[in-house]
Ligand binder design. Structure first.
Ligand SMILES: Cc1cc2nc3c(=O)[nH]c(=O)nc-3n(C[C@H](O)[C@H](O)[C@H](O)COP(=O)(O)OP(=O)(O)OC[C@H]3O[C@@H](n4cnc5c(N)ncnc54)[C@H](O)[C@@H]3O)c2cc1C
Length: 441
C-alpha cells in the first residue's frame, strides 16, 4: 500500500544545507521531514570524510548560527573533537577540522533533539504542481513508493532535480556547461607530521612533479593538496580531482569514482614510497563516492554577482557573512584558483533573495544550488555558508507558512531578526568586525 505523509516543511537533501534548513525550520516550531538519498547526513561532508569546514571565520570572526553551535559542541567535548586553525592556503582564513564520526553523530543528535523526522536511503522523485505551488512530492525507499504533501519545500539537494522538474529555470556550471572538477578524498594514517610537512609547501609540487615525470602519478596531480587531519599524524588528501564530470549523471559518477579510486591508490603508494614521513603510513577513509562541487544553479529573484561581492556588498536581506576566495577547481580548462574576491579585512553577505524562485510560491533552495554567477559561486559555496543558507531558508519557510504568504512575500526584516536571535553575526547592520577574533584565530 502506498504510504503518505503530510508535513509543514519538506527538506530535500541532508547535506550541510539540508541540516541547517531542517534545524532552522524546526526552531520556528514547524513539523519537518528531511529526506536524504544516502545512508548518512552530510552530503559532500560525508562523501569526503574529514574535509575541513572553511569560510566560517570571515575577518577571523565566527559567522555564528548553526555552524558555531555545532563547532562549539565539538570543541567542548572531552577530549575536544574539533579545532579552529588557520588554513595553509592563501586567502582562506580560518577553518575547522574535526573528528568526522563525532561530527556526524552530533549532527544527527541535533536533528533528533529538534524533532526533525529524518528519512535516509530515500530518494525524492517528481513534484506534482497545483498552479504555482508544489502540492505533492513522490519519494521511494526500499519498501516502495511514498508521497509527501508539504506546505513548504526547501530544495537542498545540491543538484536541484526536483526544482528543475518543477520548472525552475537553471544554468549548469559556468553557464556553458563547464562544471568544477569532482574529487575523491582519502586520509593517510600514521604519517609523521614533522617529516611530512617539513618543507612547508601545502601542494608538495616538487614531489608531485617527480611523480608525474616518472609516470607514477596522473598529470592532473601537479598540486597535491595534503593537510594535517584532526588526529595527530593523519594527513587529509584533497588531491584527486577529475575533470569534465557531470554530477547529475549517475553513470558518470560511478565511472569517476572508480577512476578516482585508481588515482587515490596510486597516490597513496607514491607517498609511501617517495615522500619522507609516509613510510609507515596507510590509507584510510577513502570517500564512498566523489564529492561534487557544482552542477545546477537555480534561477532566483536575485542573482549573486562577483562584482557585488568584490565591493563588500551587505544587502539588507544578507543572511550570512563570507570572505572566501574564488575557489575554482578545474572548471573548463582551468586548474585551481584561490584569488581573493573581497579586499582584506572586509566581507560581504549572501542575500536571502538568491534562494527564492521567481514563481513557485512554496519553494526555497539553499546550499550549492544557490543563484550566483560562476565566480561568485566559487566563493559562496563553503560548508559554513551552506549551513547558514539552509538555516535561513528553514526560518523563512516556517515564517511563510505561519503568515500564509508566498515565499516571495516573506518579510526580510523578520528573517534577519530571527537569524540574529540565533546568534548569527554581521548581518542586518551588525558589523562582524566588532567581535573578538575566534578562538585560536
Ligand atoms: C571535493 C570538495 C571539496 C570541498 N572542499 C571544501 C572545504 O575544504 N571547505 C568547505 O567549507 N567547503 C568545501 N567544499 C564545498 C562544500 O563542501 C559544498 O559546497 C557543500 O558541502 C554543499 O552542501 P549542500 O548541502 O549544498 O550540498 P551537498 O553536500 O551536495 O548535499 C546534497 C545532499 O542531497 C542529497 N540528494 C540529492 N538529490 C537527492 C534526492 N533526489 N533525494 C534525496 N536526497 C538527495 C545528496 O545525497 C546529498 O546528501 C568542497 C566541495 C567538494 C565537492
Amino acid at each position: 500500500m502506498q504510504r503518505h505523509i503530510s508535513t509543514d516543511i519538506l527538506v530535500i537533501g541532508g547535506g550541510v544545507a539540508g541540516f541547517g534548513a531542517a534545524l532552522g525550520a524546526a526552531s520556528q516550531g514547524a513539523r519537518v521531514h528531511l529526506v536524504e538519498g544516502t545512508s548518512k547526513i552530510g552530503g559532500v561532508m560525508a562523501f569526503c570524510p574529514g574535509m575541513p569546514w572553511g569560510g566560517g571565520y570571515p575577518t577571523g570572526r565566527s559567522i555564528g548560527g548553526v555552524f558555531a553551535a555545532l563547532t562549539d559542541q565539538l570543541c567542548a567535548m572531552d577530549p575536544p573533537m574539533a579545532q579552529v586553525r588557520p588554513s595553509t592556503l592563501e586567502n582562506f582564513g580560518h577553518e575547522v577540522i574535526y573528528d568526522h564520526e563525532a561530527a556526524v553523530f552530533a549532527m544527527f543528535q541535533m536533528l533528533e533533539d529538534a524533532g526533525v523526522h529524518v528519512h535516509l536511503n530515500t530518494f525524492v522523485g517528481d513534484p506534482v504542481l497545483d498552479g504555482a505551488r508544489i502540492r505533492r512530492v513522490a519519494c521511494t525507499d526500499r519498501t516502495g513508493p511514498m508521497t509527501i504533501d508539504p506546505f513548504m519545500v526547501i530544495d537542498c539537494s545540491g543538484d536541484g532535480d526536483l526544482s528543475a522538474r518543477a520548472g525552475v529555470p537553471f544554468t549548469v556550471g559556468d553557464g556553458r556547461g563547464n562544471m568544477m572538477g569532482v574529487t575523491l578524498s582519502f586520509s593517510m594514517l600514521n604519517a609523521a607530521w614533522d617529516q611530512v610537512f617539513a618543507k612547508g609547501d601545502p601542494y608538495f609540487q616538487e614531489e608531485a612533479a617527480a611523480g608525474i615525470a616518472a609516470g607514477r602519478l596522473h598529470p592532473d596531480l601537479a598540486k597535491l593538496y595534503l593537510m594535517r587531519g584532526f588526529h595527530k599524524d593523519t594527513v587529509f588528501c584533497n588531491s584527486v580531482h577529475i575533470r569534465g564530470v557531470d554530477g547529475t549523471d549517475p553513470q558518470q559518477i560511478v565511472r569517476a569514482t572508480q577512476e578516482g579510486r585508481r588515482r587515490c591508490h596510486q597516490l597513496a603508494r607514491f607517498l609511501i614510497d617517495n615522500v619522507p614521513g609516509f613510510q609507515q603510513a596507510r590509507m584510510s577513509e577513502l570517500g564512498p563516492t566523489v564529492g561534487v562541487r557544482e552542477t545546477r544553479k537555480l534561477a532566483a529573484v536575485h542573482r549573486i554577482l562577483a562584482r557585488d561581492l568584490a565591493a563588500g556588498a551587505k544587502p539588507a536581506d544578507g543572511i550570512v557573512c563570507c570572505d572566501n576566495p574564488i575557489d575554482d577547481v578545474m572548471r573548463g580548462g582551468s586548474d585551481m584558483t584561490h584569488d581573493a574576491i573581497v579586499s582584506s579585512g572586509d566581507y560581504y553577505t549572501i542575500p536571502f533573495r538568491a534562494m527564492v524562485p521567481e514563481s513557485i510560491e512554496n519553494l526555497l533552495f539553499a546550499g550549492r544550488l544557490v543563484c550566483a554567477d560562476p565566480a561568485a559561486f566559487a566563493s559562496v559555496r563553503g560548508m559554513p555558508q551552506c549551513m547558514a543558507m539552509g538555516q535561513a531558508a528553514g526560518i523563512a519557510a516556517a515564517m511563510a507558512l505561519a503568515d500564509g504568504r508566498a515565499v516571495q512575500a516573506v518579510d526580510h526584516a523578520a528573517i534577519i531578526v530571527a537569524r540574529l536571535a540565533q546568534g548569527v553575526r554581521g548581518i542586518g547592520g551588525d558589523d562582524l568586525r566588532r567581535y573578538a577574533p575566534a578562538l585560536n584565530a
